[in-house]
Structures are given as structure tokens and as C-alpha cells.
Design a protein around this ligand. Structure first.
Ligand code: MG
Length: 339
């Protein structure tokens, strides 16, 4: 296969703030693999939190070029296994290539990825829409703008969390989930979980820093709300120890190395009794469509990354007020936006 790599800047509709910081522009690494006149597209939105930059991801992908040049993409699982072994644990680079090869294989074999994997699109959960941290009055405005979405994921992790969620609750009848991105202490988390339960919140994502697993066991005993692991659940290897400490995990393609890494996380989570949500980064319709293709495997979805940006270079799976609509085309079903 021939390989090309480029980095593009994605511009956010609103400054996006979580408990760790704020962003207006997010660079994302896009790859294309080509063989037999068929192009497969992949993407990795590098996260500094996981130690990735566009440069580091690009350099890792370059290391895979010789394997891609001689690999047989029809035997796509074998090829991706070889790439995983060669990439030395760079799962963002692996995700970009895994997604591109799945797209290529779907196109070559003439099926959308969900059909290749035997999934039922009718089992697609609704997606949430994310409300970043801001002044409470500004967050109320954003919630009003998102009035069509049945589920909102509210970013928390400030001293004003309860005041904020209370104000949002008064402004919206949507289902609320909250994501602290590891920004709470153990004591704060118990108090906030109780208060958020009274405000009708459905569940809490990553209340404590990812290494606080002993505190998580105690929090789970005391929390009236289910708890989901995001930063604590990077790959399938993390999942067994989360049982008893969380109720579910958040799977993101760029954390775990793509479609095959995600399928592995789902299987391990099911084996140890954990629920599954598919999440995303701020990313284009390439990554969002890849996650949407396997969306029917999840209990919950949070696939809003491409609708948070103004300049998505692609169109593919759509998020229409939380309803994920899969495209008809083979592979990921993604096309250039201008085409
Ligand atoms: Mg999260």
C-alpha cells in the first residue's frame, strides 16, 4: 500500500475547556493508504495528555511505511497485528493506520464496516453532546443552543460544579452526564455525586485521577451514581482491574489503537461485567465515522467531535441531535467535504 500523511488544524466552534485546560484549534493527523486504486482514510487526533503530538504520531506512522508497502490489506487483521508489533506502543499512530486499513478493506470487499463486522445499525445508542466548562451563564446559553440534543455531557471539575449543573438543570430537560476528567478529590467526589444524583444526573465520567483506583473502590460503594472510566481505561489491559471500581469504561479509538483495539476493549469489558461508552476527541468525520461504524456495540455514545468544529474536511456518519446516522458507502463511508 502507498501511504500519505498530513496534519490539518481543526477549528472549534466555541473555545473548549475541560478541567485540564482550554483549546481553540486542534491539530489532527490524517492518513491515506492506497492500493488497487482504492483509498482508505484514517486519523489520529494527538492528545498531549497521552504524550502525543502531530510530530510524534507522524514519525511513528512513517516507521510503518515498509510494512504497509509489502503488506496484504485484504488480510487486514494480520496486517494490523504486524503494525501493532512494529509501532512500539504508539497507539495513536496505530489508530490512524488501523482505521485507514479497515476503510480500505471495507471498500475493497464492498461493505460498510458495520456489515463486515456483523453489527446491527438499529442498535445504535443515542449520542450525547458536550458542554465545555465556562461561566455558568455562558454554559446555560450553550445548553439552550443544544436544545435539540436529548443527552448532554457537561464538563465539570471546578469549585462551582453544583451551582453550574443546578443552573443547567433549570434551563434544560435533557439527560445530563458529567465528566470531571479526573479533576475531583475523593471526598469532593462523594459529596458531588450525591448532589448530582439529586439533580437527576445519569452518570459520572472519570471523577478521580486515573491512578486513584483504591479511592475508586470506596467511591463506588458510596456513590449513588454509576461511574465510568475514561483516562483510567486506555487499552484492554487496563480493563480487568476496573471491575468493582467503575460501572463502565469509555473507549476511544485514538487511546486504544483503532477498531481492533476497541473491539478488544469491548470484549474484555463485557467479560468482567462493565458497560461501554464510545467517546471521541475533537476530530474529523474520519475518526467519528470509524467509531460510529462500531457504535452498535456500545451502551452509550459520545460522538460529537466533528460537530464541535467549523471546518470538518470530510462528511460521513452524521450526528443529528444525538441520532447517529451511518452513511451508505463501503468502509467508513467517508468522502471529502468538498467532493
Ligand atoms: Mg472523558
Amino acid at each position: 500500500m502507498k501511504l500519505s500523511i498530513r496534519t490539518v488544524d481543526l477549528h472549534l466552534r466555541h473555545t473548549f475547556t475541560i478541567s485540564r485546560g482550554s483549546r481553540d484549534v486542534i491539530p489532527t493527523v490524517l492518513v491515506e493508504v492506497e492500493a488497487e486504486g482504492i483509498v482508505g482514510r484514517g486519523e489520529a487526533s494527538p492528545s498531549a495528555y497521552y504524550g502525543h503530538t502531530p510530530g510524534s504520531v507522524t514519525a511513528s506512522i512513517e516507521r510503518a511505511r515498509p510494512l504497509l508497502e509489502k503488506g496484504d490489506p485484504v488480510r487486514y487483521r494480520a496486517l494490523i497485528g504486524d503494525l501493532e508489533a512494529a509501532l512500539g506502543g504508539d497507539r495513536a499512530a496505530l489508530a490512524a493506520l488501523d482505521i485507514a486499513i479497515h476503510d480500505w478493506a471495507g471498500k475493497r470487499l464492498g461493505h460498510p464496516l458495520h456489515r463486515l463486522l456483523g453489527l446491527d445499525p438499529a442498535r445504535m445508542p443515542l449520542s450525547s453532546f458536550t458542554i465545555g466548562i465556562d461561566e455558568p451563564a455562558r454554559m446555560v446559553e450553550k445548553v439552550r443552543e443544544a436544545a435539540g440534543f436529548p443527552i448532554l455531557k457537561v464538563k465539570v471539575g471546578t469549585p462551582r460544579d453544583l451551582e453550574t449543573v443546578g443552573a443547567l438543570r433549570a434551563a434544560s430537560r435533557a439527560v445530563f452526564r458529567v465528566d470531571a476528567n479526573g479533576g475531583w478529590t475523593a471526598r469532593e467526589a462523594v459529596e458531588k455525586a450525591r448532589a448530582l444524583a439529586a439533580l437527576g444526573v445519569e452518570f459520572i465520567e472519570q471523577p478521580l485521577p486515573p491512578d486513584r483506583l483504591d479511592d475508586m473502590a470506596a467511591l463506588r460503594r458510596d456513590s449513588p451514581l454509576p461511574l465510568y472510566a475514561d483516562e483510567s481505561a486506555v487499552t484492554a489491559a487496563d480493563v480487568p482491574r476496573l471491575a468493582g471500581r467503575f460501572d463502565g469504561i469509555v473507549v476511544k479509538l485514538v487511546k486504544c489503537g483503532g477498531i481492533l483495539g476497541a473491539l478488544r476493549m469491548v470484549e474484555v469489558a463485557r467479560a468482567v461485567g462493565l458497560k461501554v461508552m464510545f467517546g471521541c476527541m475533537v476530530e474529523s468525520s474520519v475518526s467519528i465515522s470509524a467509531a460510529a461504524q462500531i457504535g452498535p456495540l456500545a451502551d452509550h455514545l459520545d460522538l460529537d467531535g466533528a460537530i464541535l468544529i467549523t471546518d470538518d474536511p470530510f462528511r460521513g456518519a452524521r450526528n443529528v441531535e444525538g441520532h447517529i446516522i451511518l452513511p451508505e458507502g463501503p468502509g467508513l463511508g467517508v468522502e471529502p467535504a468538498a467532493g
